[in-house]
Design a protein around this ligand. Structure first.
Ligand SMILES: *Cc1c(COP(=O)(O)O)cnc(C)c1O
Length: 365
C-alpha cells in the first residue's frame, strides 16, 4: 500500500517538528500533581495573566461568535494604526505573529530561494522556510547576539528574506536601532527584511524602523499579543510595513484567520497601559531576582532583554527532569542547537523563588 508519507511533499516530512513548552495539564498528569500547583516557565507567557481590559472585551464579544469575524480587521487596524503611528493600510493581522512569518515565506520563498537568519534564532523562520522549500542560511552569533555583519556576508542574489528577532528568543539578546538601520541600508533592493518585535514592549526604546519603511526600504516589523499582553491562547499578532507588502500578504492570508474574540481582546488590551506597565516592572524585578539567584548558584546565563533567560547547566537533561518532577516546566533547547541550555521564563516573585529554591535543592545547598 502507498503510505500517506509517500504521497506528501518532501518538504513536509523533512522539516523538523516544533516542540512547544509542555502544557500544565500534561505535566500534572505525568507527575500526579494538581494542575494548580504546576509552574509553567517554559513559553514566555505573562506570569500576571491576561490584560484585564482585553479579557473584558473578549467576554463581551462572546455574544457575537455566531457571526464570522470581520475579515479585514478594519476597526482594530484603525485603532492600532493610531497607536503604532502608521496608516491602517500598513497593517496585516495574523493568527499570532508567527502567522505573519508564514505569510512572508508563502509569498516569497520557493525552491532556490535563500532565507537568512541567525543561528539560534527563533525557530519559526526555519520551519516556515523549509515548508516552502527554501534554503535556510544561518549566520553565526557572537556571544549569543545576532552579528549583523555576518548576516550581511551571507546575502546572495538568491536571498529574498531576512529575519531578525530583537530581542531574540531564546537567547534574550538585542540589536540596537542604529545597528539595524545601518544593516537595512546595506541590503540590496531585492531583499525583504523582517524585524520580529515579539518582546519589544519589554525594552525601553525598541528600534523604530518606520522611517525606513517610509523611505521605501523593504522592511516589515511584527508584533504579538501573546507575550506582554497575555493573550497567547487567543492567537493574534500583526505586521506593519509598506501598503504594497501588506496587500501581498493579505493575498496569501487565509480568510477569517483571526477570530472575533482575539480581535476584541486585542483591541481592549491595546488600551491597557496600566497592565503593560505592571508587566514590565514585574519582569524587570524578576530578571534581577533570577540573575541574582543564578549568580549565587554559580550558574552561567546570557544577560537578557526579554522576559526569559538562557541558563547553562552541566547536565541540562537532569536539571530539566528534576524541575519537571517538582512541577516546574522550563524549556529544553536541543531544537535550537543549544543542548546545554535551558530557557527559563521570568515569573512572579513567588514563582522565581520556587524555581531558585528547586535549583538550590538540586545542587544540594
Ligand atoms: C513568541 C514569539 C513570537 C510570536 O508568537 P505568536 O504567539 O505566534 O504571536 C514571534 N517571535 C518570537 C521571537 C517569539 O518568541
Amino acid at each position: 500500500m502507498i503510505s500517506y508519507n509517500d504521497l506528501a511533499r518532501k518538504a513536509v516530512l523533512s522539516k523538523p517538528v516544533y516542540n512547544p513548552g509542555k502544557p500544565i495539564e500534561m505535566v500534572a498528569m505525568e507527575c500526579g500533581l494538581d494542575p494548580a500547583t504546576i509552574l509553567k516557565m517554559a513559553s514566555n507567557e505573562n506570569p500576571l495573566g491576561s490584560s484585564p481590559l482585553g479579557m473584558e472585551a473578549a467576554r463581551n464579544a462572546m455574544e457575537g461568535v455566531f457571526l464570522y469575524p470581520e475579515n479585514s480587521s478594519y476597526f482594530f487596524r484603525e485603532r492600532l494604526a493610531g497607536i503604532r503611528g502608521v496608516n491602517p493600510d500598513q497593517l496585516v493581522i495574523g493568527h499570532g505573529s508567527s502567522e505573519i512569518i508564514h505569510l512572508l515565506c508563502a509569498a516569497f520563498v520557493e525552491p532556490g530561494i535563500d532565507v537568512v537568519m541567525g543561528e539560534h534564532a527563533f525557530i519559526a523562520y526555519k520551519l516556515a522556510t523549509l515548508l516552502h522549500e527554501g534554503n535556510c542560511v544561518e549566520a553565526p552569533l557572537i556571544d549569543f547576539r545576532h552579528d549583523l555583519k555576518a548576516m550581511r556576508d551571507v546575502v546572495t542574489p538568491q536571498t529574498r528574506l531576512i529575519f531578525l528577532p530583537s530581542p531574540n528568543n531564546p537567547t534574550g539578546t538585542s540589536n540596537s536601532e542604529s545597528e539595524i538601520v545601518e544593516f537595512v541600508r546595506s541590503l540590496p533592493d531585492y531583499v525583504v527584511f523582517c524585524l520580529d518585535e515579539a518582546y519589544a514592549e519589554y525594552i525601553d526604546q525598541p528600534p523604530d524602523l518606520r522611517p525606513l519603511i517610509a523611505e521605501g526600504r523593504k522592511v516589515i516589523c511584527t508584533r504579538t499579543f501573546s507575550k506582554i499582553y497575555g493573550l497567547a491562547g487567543l492567537r493574534i499578532g500583526y505586521g506593519y510595513g509598506h501598503p504594497d507588502l501588506v496587500d501581498l500578504l493579505n493575498r496569501v492570508r487565509p480568510a477569517f484567520n483571526v477570530n472575533s474574540l482575539a480581535l476584541a481582546a486585542a483591541l481592549g488590551a491595546l488600551e491597557d497601559d496600566l497592565f503593560l506597565e505592571k508587566s514590565k516592572t514585574c519582569n524587570e524585578a524578576g530578571l534581577a531576582q533570577l540573575t541574582d539567584g543564578f549568580d549565587r548558584l554559580g550558574l552561567e546565563y546570557v544577560p537578557s532583554t526579554g522576559n526569559f533567560i538562557l541558563v547553562r547547566f552541566e547536565n541540562s537533561d537532569k536539571v530539566y527532569a528534576y524541575l519537571h518532577d517538582k512541577g516546574i516546566i522550563v524549556r529544553p533547547l536541543k531544537g535550537y542547537a543549544l543542548p546545554e541550555h535551558l530557557r527559563i521564563t521570568v515569573g512572579t516573585e513567588d514563582q522565581n523563588r520556587s524555581l531558585l529554591n528547586a535549583l538550590a535543592e538540586y545542587f544540594g545547598n
